[in-house]
Design a protein around this ligand. Sequence first.
Ligand code: GTP
Ligand code: MG
Length: 314
Amino acid sequence: MLIDDVEIIAEGGKGGPGRVAFYSKKGAGPSGGDGGGGGDVYIETTPDLYALNKFLAHQQCSAPNGEPGGLNRKSGANGKDLNLVVPVGTTLIDGEGKETELNSLNQKLLLAKGGLGGKGNAFFKSPSNTTPRYAQPGLKGEKKKLILKLKLIADFGLIGLPNAGKSSLLNELTNAQAKTGAYPFTTLEPNLGVLNGKVIADIPGLIEGASEGKGLGHKFLKHIEKVTLLLHCISSDSVKPLSDYKIIRDEIKRFSPRLLEKQEIILLTKSDLVEEKDLEKKIKALSETKSKIIPVSIHNWDSLQTLIQTILQK
Ligand SMILES: Nc1nc2c(ncn2[C@@H]2O[C@H](COP(=O)(O)OP(=O)(O)OP(=O)(O)O)[C@@H](O)[C@H]2O)c(=O)[nH]1
Ligand SMILES: [Mg+2]
């Protein structure tokens, strides 16, 4: 299962307490060392798309505390930093709703600073106080509630009603081996494939009412927010291709009207299933969309080549 939305608590380690101690030789004064600093919490990106899955079971992400100060003015060890590894494409949302996109690989940010270690009693020695009997406690680390949301990074996004042939196309165009089937909702989470270095995302089918939670809902639409070109798949054997088109556009609009501004190509899929004349009719019916329309079939090599050439020029 691809986890693409989790809430975590990032907490820096607590600083270690300073120590109260004295040298054994009489009059030699205080020897208590400082506590070590608490570990910091960082976030870092990886290519592993499934890297958010581990947070389902581990929402509390705390860096280790600093060690207490030692004898002979020895400082306690600092707590080790904690690195939270997340997929590239993750958006970080803080408590105030501020969003930070982590779109490059090995990008690293500080999430929560560890607390300072307390000073040991040796630190407080002064001419007026040669035997201080107190030390500071360590300070608490920063604590932040954060939402991590993955939005896939892809160049092209395959969208459309269930069963439109999206995953079959992904498999033909790329190295992907997505499951396909002659029934709706075969795809339950996005699939990715690569065509000449360009990433294609296959998004689970949408239906009318997706924005109200029908079918799989519209939560997967966040994964087309970063694509440059939408490949809107409509089955050639649909009796109402324009209505199919509008259903999807409507659901996209409800999710985020900005997505409608993306470039799109309409793919009349499964073109082998209909007569040439019928295909012409469907193209005509879709002409009011003003979008480029390409008939394509996974059983027609030429049509796949035309599609590949067109999208790689985008
Ligand atoms: N004849 C023909 N059948 C096709 C073609 N493309 C896909 N199919 C079939 O159509 C059915 C649906 O294909 P999928 O690729 O699973 O469709 P999908 O859009 O990914 O469906 P969901 O994952 O449910 O949204 C499968 O039985 C495919 O074999 C095509 O070009 N020609
Ligand atoms: Mg599919």
